[in-house]
Design a binder for this molecule. Structure first.
Ligand SMILES: [Zn+2]
Length: 185
């Protein structure tokens, strides 16, 4: 996991899904290039080169506002998030490792692997369904937009590196896990 949270010039995280965080090396390089300014530093973490010492930034902010398309990536994590880690056939919520990606129109019938043909399914439902195209989820899947995915992401735990991130993340404190970086540099 990365050490430094990146904010856009408006003070919000550059991205929440996935969280915009980078390694301390990248953060220091971006600051050195004036692409970001440092908002917070780790109090007790410095890194050294032969000639310099830097405090490691915990939060940086882009110097210029970055406009981006906010397209959501098609991948397993985002499908699980869209479906709230719930089997779309029976409603079960087993651990994420027990959830599979099910083709609504089975591949053997020409079904594609994309947002509108893939749903989260538990192993039992996926197995029982096989290539039966008549078994369908209660709601047909759609492609979510970034904000839908972000608000769903905020219902689940997040791991952060530094308390100073909390100010910039709109997150229920019960769902925040602190895991400080190993400052062995
Ligand atoms: Zn199921």
């Amino acid at each position: 996991m990365s050490d430094t949270l990146i904010l856009n010039a408006d003070g919000n995280p550059l991205s929440v899904v996935p969280l915009s965080a980078v390694t301390w090396q990248t953060a220091i390089r971006l600051a050195y290039q004036d692409k970001v300014r440092v908002v917070n530093e780790y109090e007790d973490w410095e890194v050294h080169s032969p000639s310099c010492t830097w405090k490691v930034p915990s939060v940086v902010m882009c110097t210029d506002y970055i406009k981006w398309s906010r397209q959501v990536k098609y991948n397993r994590t985002n499908i699980l998030l869209r479906d709230l880690f719930t089997c779309q056939l029976c409603g079960a919520k087993p651990p994420a490792s027990q959830l599979t990606m099910d083709h609504v129109v089975p591949r053997v019938h020409g079904g594609k692997t994309n947002w509108t043909n893939i749903v989260t399914a538990c192993k039992t439902c996926n197995h029982n369904k096989g290539s039966n195209r008549k078994i369908k989820p209660k709601r047909l899947p759609t492609k979510p937009n970034y904000y839908e995915l972000m608000s769903k992401r905020q219902r689940f735990p997040i791991t952060i590196r530094d308390e100073s991130w909390l100010v910039f993340l709109d997150w229920d404190s019960k769902l925040v896990e602190m895991r400080p970086p190993r400052k062995n540099v």
